[in-house]
Design a protein around this ligand. Sequence first.
Ligand SMILES: Nc1nc2c(ncn2[C@@H]2O[C@H](COP(=O)(O)OP(=O)(O)OP(=O)(O)O)[C@@H](O)[C@H]2O)c(=O)[nH]1
Ligand SMILES: [Mg+2]
Length: 148
Amino acid sequence: MRITIGVNFATKKLEANGMPLTMMIWDLGGQPRFRDVVGDYFVGTKLAIVTYDATRPFSLERLHDWIDRLKQNAPDAELLFVGNKIDERDEGTGVSLSQGQEFAKQYHAECVEVSAKTGEGIEEMFELAARILLNKLEGNPNPVATIA
Ligand SMILES: Nc1nc2c(ncn2[C@@H]2O[C@H](COP(=O)(O)OP(=O)(O)OP(=O)(O)O)[C@@H](O)[C@H]2O)c(=O)[nH]1
Ligand SMILES: [Mg+2]
């Protein structure tokens, strides 16, 4: 796997609430040297999939800065927190799902866990992302925001 140079783009088609949906996904490179390059890509974001490394608690703390920058450029963006690399997490180490959810609560958002390597949780993550987007587009309140 290579680092993301600047920005990558992909699409994902799926169905949510019985409606077909094509998500346009901008994958921003996380390396500090791309900090200024990727800034413009926050603009117009409807949903940010905010990803951390579930084996490294520090990666969670680093998200605040990303979210601050996102909010400056896309104040109405929804957030979905995603803990990745759960295939590599040893029992009782790293970031637990409940810690991730606790962190996400500060932003009135949900948190799920995946492994990009094994594919575990990936389809569910996209389905949840689609539901959040459709609820937003249909003007429904974010179900999580009302729970939090
Ligand atoms: N075990 C495991 N390794 C993973 C997983 N996802 C990514 N990796 C590894 O973690 C490293 C970083 O992955 P990237 O996809 O480059 O991470 P990134 O956050 O996109 O990094 P940037 O593109 O620099 O922002 C690579 O060595 C990947 O192979 C996962 O789910 N499980
Ligand atoms: Mg990348």
